[in-house]
Design a protein around this ligand. Sequence first.
Ligand SMILES: Nc1ncnc2c1ncn2[C@@H]1O[C@H](COP(=O)(O)OP(=O)(O)O)[C@@H](O)[C@H]1O
Ligand SMILES: [Mg+2]
Length: 250
Amino acid sequence: MMIKTENATIAFGGLKAVNRVNFELEEGMLASVIGPNGAGKTTFFNLLSGHYPPTEGRVFYQGEDITELPTHDRVMKGMGRTFQITNIFPELSVFDNIMIAAQRLNVPFQMSRLMTFMFLSKDRKSEEIANNILEEIGLADQRDVMADTLSHGLKQRLEIGMVLTLNPKLLLLDETFAGLSAGETKQQIEYVRKISEKYTILIVEHKMDVVMDLSERVSVMHQGELIAEGTPEEVRADDFVQKVYLREEI
Ligand SMILES: Nc1ncnc2c1ncn2[C@@H]1O[C@H](COP(=O)(O)OP(=O)(O)O)[C@@H](O)[C@H]1O
Ligand SMILES: [Mg+2]
């Protein structure tokens, strides 16, 4: 099992944003957690990545109890995540963005990424890693372009590239399709499909149709709880899921 939660709960005051969630993700899978706005998806991600500690319950990664493990230790164990709002440096080139991420491997985490970049020389190993990743994410041709000039879809892909420098086993992608045009969404779907051969992937997504055909397993969150799980077909056919989604604007 790649990741597992047992009765995981995160309460913000009286609000249980994640409520007794039992979730399992097998190694090699491409799975999604979907649900309407405010369902608790991002909070659930923050639980997995260690950004929020659970109020109750446990989190396991490859069989190890990581409930108390700080975020950077999880990253070092191969848990990589993107954020709903991209984390790139808009004024720097595509290559330099990847370099910043690659060099982060060699320095204490407390230093800001930009400081790191300014103080470290561009060592050949990081440069080699960065070039390989640019190939892998299909941005080699845009190497010297300022990141801010990339389309929203390619910015998302650049952010995935920054996470790949950490050599992850598990990729947690938070709303990686949000704000993409129809064409960009198609490209991003193909891209995620491609990298899913190499990594275990968990996507959090608001829009149901985007991830349905892409995912092997789908879990549905609603008001902090997992209300359905299964193959896309099973989830699509679930009465409660249909009700929840019909009530929301999607
Ligand atoms: N840091 C926080 N403090 C208080 N409430 C929060 C915090 N983060 C999220 N929430 C609340 O928890 C619920 C779930 O939010 P979130 O996990 O962002 O949902 P989703 O990603 O599914 O849209 C929402 O009601 C939201 O307002
Ligand atoms: Mg969210």
